[in-house]
Unconditional design. Structure first.
Ligand code: ADP
Length: 493
């Protein structure tokens, strides 16, 4: 039996870690996962213990390694990906100082204000692609200095979650641009730490690891890790990408083909659009990050998408399936006979960047029923995506989107999104995730492809049929009016 060459990918998610092995055709031949707890020590705080990540990752890799042995598969390299923005604080010996605050942690309001006081917003956006954002890593460091000065004094290194895994596996500290651009202090044009931004905050660039390419080897698997997992010692570990970038890689999205982006109808709605150059929205209303292929991408995030439908079902119709709710909504026309839903159940990111926005149904009468409520909710989420896309469109060359996420099962929802955005939306024959992207990023180092672009072209899913767009003219007009009545004209920046 000839050995089957594979690369491995890790995705360090918020609920658990996933490990996959991909063959040279991009097919998953083995997968394993482990979960870990989310700590919420105070309202608005979300943390995880890096030690829990380490235990879960080593257990998942041992599980994967066992499966590979049975298959006769030989791992050639391992790529990393994971939740962005978290902060792992390490002392001079590389020991973890405190639990890591995560991407959705809300404790940093005062730190964000301090950053905005010390670095003019327009300057920060021009350099780093983003305004100061509560969840990013940089404000967490500023928070630590203020709130836990003893911990700050011991801090010699701050790592992103997946880069901490790289350190654990190889003993080397490094990061790569796609995740590093979610810190809030990476100069996007140079893809290195912005010493002026850090200097204005009195922070040393030495706190942060070296930035290498996403497809570069960080180091080899340590002997103790090899012994514990059964994987080969010195297995090359590749820097990888932040979870959005790695998911983009898995979908074959590349800045060499900036006309194809993606829309994910998951708990939140995410628009991912590749770009060749670092051109931010001057108001910072959508994110600009480095992509893992050496280019860039815009990211628009609307906080309520499939999560809003889940909420409606849980609260109003717990006994009814999603398909039945969507069938009721399909019989209701554009504009839901005058009912409008503003979907801001959790505030909004793109483009409003306002945590204080709230949801609302308006225009209800005795004639309306559950189908109208659901239809208005779907239309509202599509209009929220359109508001984000209005900021992205002039900056990008995107002409079609690949659909992902739980909501993409519905033709109605995709048709409304396609109609609202004015773009063709296509399903794909499979839906690979960030762990697959991490494994693809490891393929050049494994020698399976001469470069990343070959791997990206060969391994992406095949686009399926375009979903027929549905009219949303009335829905969008009602959305604009309802937003204006409740919140006034959209703020520009
Ligand atoms: P997450 O962001 O948590 O990974 P998923 O992408 O798995 O979320 O999406 C789950 C959501 O997908 C559910 O909450 C629901 O809103 C939506 N969903 C599930 N089934 C359907 C369906 N048949 N049609 C439309 N939406 C669906």
């Amino acid at each position: 039996m000839t050995a089957l060459p594979v690369t491995l990918g890790l995705d360090l998610g918020t609920s658990g870690v996933k490990a996959v092995a991909l063959d040279r055709q991009g097919q998953v031949v083995a997968e394993a996962g482990r979960s870990y707890p989310l700590l919420t020590p105070r309202p608005g705080w979300t943390e995880q213990r890096p030690g829990d990540w380490a235990d879960a990752t080593l257990a998942a890799l041992a599980d994967l390694s066992g499966q590979l042995g049975e298959l006769g598969a030989v791992p050639l390299a391992l790529g990393l990906s994971g939740q962005m923005h978290g902060a792992v604080f390490l002392d001079a010996c590389g020991e973890v100082i405190r639990p890591a605050p995560l991407w959705n942690d809300q404790r940093t309001d005062a730190a964000v204000e301090e950053i905005e006081r010390r670095v003019p917003r327009a300057d920060l956006i021009a350099r780093t692609g983003n305004r100061a954002v509560t969840g990013f890593q940089l404000p967490k460091l500023v928070w630590l200095r203020e709130a836990e000065p003893q911990n700050f004094a011991r801090t010699r290194h701050v790592l992103l979650p997946k880069d901490y895994l790289g350190f654990l596996l190889t003993g080397e500290m490094a990061t790569e641009p796609s995740d590093a651009s979610g810190v809030g202090a990476l100069n996007l044009a140079r893809k290195d730490w912005d010493e002026d931004v850090l200097g204005a905050l009195g922070l040393s660039p030495d706190l942060f690891p070296e930035v290498v390419n996403s497809w570069d080897i960080v180091g080899g698997l340590k002997a103790q890790v090899a012994a514990r997992t059964g994987l080969p010692a010195r297995l090359p570990v590749v820097a990888g990408g932040g979870d959005n970038a790695a998911a983009g890689v898995a979908l074959g999205l590349t800045s060499q083909r900036p006309e194809v982006g993606s829309v994910s109808l998951g708990t939140s709605g995410v628009l991912f659009v590749p770009l060749e150059g670092p051109t931010p929205d001057p108001g910072g209303r959508v994110h600009l990050f480095a992509h893992a292929d050496g280019g860039y991408n815009l990211l628009g995030v609307t906080l309520a998408c499939a999560g809003a439908l889940q909420w409606l079902r849980d609260k109003l119709a717990p006994e009814v399936g999603f398909d039945a709710l969507l069938t009721e909504a399909a019989g209701v026309p554009d504009g839901a006979d005058g009912v409008t839903f503003l979907p801001y159940l959790a505030g909004e990111r793109s483009p409003h960047m306002r945590g204080d926005l709230r949801g609302a149904w308006t225009g209800l009468s005795l004639a309306h029923g559950r189908g109208h409520l659901t239809r208005a909710l779907l239309e509202g989420t599509a209009c929220a995506l359109r508001d984000a896309f209005d900021v992205m469109r002039p900056l990008s060359g995107v002409t079609s989107l690949l659909a992902t996420g739980g909501g993409a099962r519905s033709d109605l929802w995709l048709g409304l999104v396609s109609g609202a955005l004015g773009l063709p939306v296509k399903r794909t024959d499979r839906e690979p995730g960030a762990a697959d992207g991490a494994a693809i990023l490891a393929m050049p180092a494994a020698g399976l492809f001469p470069g990343l672009s070959g791997a990206l072209q060969a391994l992406g899913p095949r686009p399926g049929a375009t979903v027929p767009p549905l009219p949303t003219h009335r829905a969008r007009q009602q959305h604009r009016e309802a937003f204006g009545r409740l919140y006034g004209p959209p703020r520009d920046a």
